[in-house]
Design a protein around this ligand. Sequence first.
Ligand code: FAD
Ligand code: NAP
Length: 558
Amino acid sequence: MGDLVDAWETRSVTRAPDDVDAVVVGAGFAGLYAHHRLRALGLTVRGFEAAGGVGGTWWWNRYPGARCDVESMDYCYSFSPELEQEWTWSERYATQPEILGYLEHVADRFDLRRDIQFETRVTEAAWDEKAQRWYITTDHGDRVSAQFCIMATGCLSEAKQPEVDGIETFRGDVFHTGRWPHEGVELAGRRVGVIGTGSSGIQSIPIMAREVEHLTVFQRTPNFTMPAKNAPLEPEAVAARKTRAREHRDAMRSSRAGVVVPMPEHSALAVDDDARDAHYDRAWETGALYGMVAAFNDLLIDRDANDTAAEYVRARIRETVNDPAVAECLSPRNHPFGTKRPCLDTDYYATFNRDNVTLVDVRATPIVAITPAGVRTTDGEFELDTIVFATGFDAMTGPLLGPDITGAGSLKLRDKWAAGPRTYLGIAIAGFPNLFAVTGPGSPSVLVNMAVAIEHHVDWIVDCIATLRERGLASIDATVEAEDDWVDHVNAVANLTLFPHANSWYMGANVPGKPRVFMPYIGGFPRYDEICRDVAAHDYRGFTLTPATAQQPAPSSP
Ligand code: FAD
Ligand code: NAP
């Protein structure tokens, strides 16, 4: 038996850990697909999920107006042609309940719930070198040993608690968009304050404004947002997509962002002002996230080109918002267009023309404290009945650093990542054998359609596991050299762009004290896929493969 089991026994723990082939942490898009694929391989699998059901993001984020901003027909699995044919999305951008319904359908259709333990958080994972296995502990006292540990814990699942004094003194109700109560929240007749104007704030503000007595929006950084042009899907469009579903999926996987976008050929600076504005007008009307971002080929790499897009959006804000001072306050000026995730909205800017909406610039007049009566800024106190924190997430690293993960040689992930995350391909971490992160830092993840990235990564991980088992190997571990090279590559590509110029959650800038590192891989999905294929084709180049020894438990037979 391994060192850890010995340690448990010396602590008089009588219950031996359950032995399985693989543990999957999380039951969102990634965890569900991982269960499906691992089971098909014949592995025994245990799943743990902190939420009360499947769905991940779509289980937690139930705030008013929550929807996808990648089109529904693209933001779904492609692994099952039958599933693709039988499921019909109702809107261009599906609502949270519809996406959750889809993931519940997937769980039922493929019988994925039976191995998942809900309302159970993994608190520790430790690698036993002698046994070549992971020992996993939960907040319910479960102990499971597994050859493989798949962290399908998401990039945006660790809601960020706001760092404002006095929250506990507030007499009213406090909510976070990423932890919205399932029974809903009564907002009618209330004085509501929203802190945060990222995607969650921008989606929910127009809807809350229609319901509440008064809405006060506390904005630290205005964001760029474009009209979603959401609409019910026409049956003909759905049927047409289903008819050419396979070709469309291939086209998605061949595109930089995992969605089919016409590739721009021109620089924004190569055309005259009228032609440029006409082009932006068409892009604005597409209602697609990538319509504006990909309007010209240099918007994310050239500051002058970027300024033309930023100024176009600011002009649209001035056109929509009646009060010039409010329009100016809503106009982003602190970061280049597209370098914080841009948003899609329905009536966001027009909402600030309503009599019952007040915009407070908390960069000019910072929040000092939450008081029993409301929010106090340096300018005065705003009395409120309800506070909504739309303050985002400890993105990408937060969910992986939540559990105490200890790798080979007692190396703690928290220590290894003290100066910022380091991975190989965003999937593996040197010194943490047989631990796989789906969409970890260093993966294209949040910069692409995540449904595409997730399926890709899970496929790569499960194919890797299948290879290890076929060859009787006990473990696979990234080398430090390969990891260093990957981190250098991720940084080098990021530094070719304007992204590092923004204080974004991509950079860890939204969490005080978090190291500033550009976390996702911006080289595009096809290039990333090519690299991953190449690594696998060259006997998992950049990894060390360790054969099983006689002391280690034989893998369970399929
Ligand atoms: P998640 O869905 O985040 O699931 C991870 C799960 O792991 C969570 O349920 C969490 O409870 C669980 N977990 C974490 N740690 C532990 C632990 N220690 N123990 C047990 N369980 C744990 N992406 C797009 O591509 N397009 C979109 O339109 C889009 N819209 C979004 C809208 C919102 C409001 C948000 C917040 C994100 C959106 N995203 C979008 C990103 C979205 O997170 C991904 O698309 C996708 O849902 C992630 O799936 P996942 O399974 O990787 O992670
Ligand atoms: P976010 O983009 O990080 O936005 C958080 C907002 O809260 C920012 O405006 C931030 O200001 C503000 N904030 C944070 N702490 C604050 C404080 N102490 N005082 C004042 N303001 C504070 O988070 P999010 O809106 O939840 O979105 C996160 C990501 O989830 C998105 O980028 C997107 O990838 C995904 N998402 C997608 C959709 C969708 O449309 N499908 C919807 C929601 C979320 P600063 O900018 O100054 O930090």
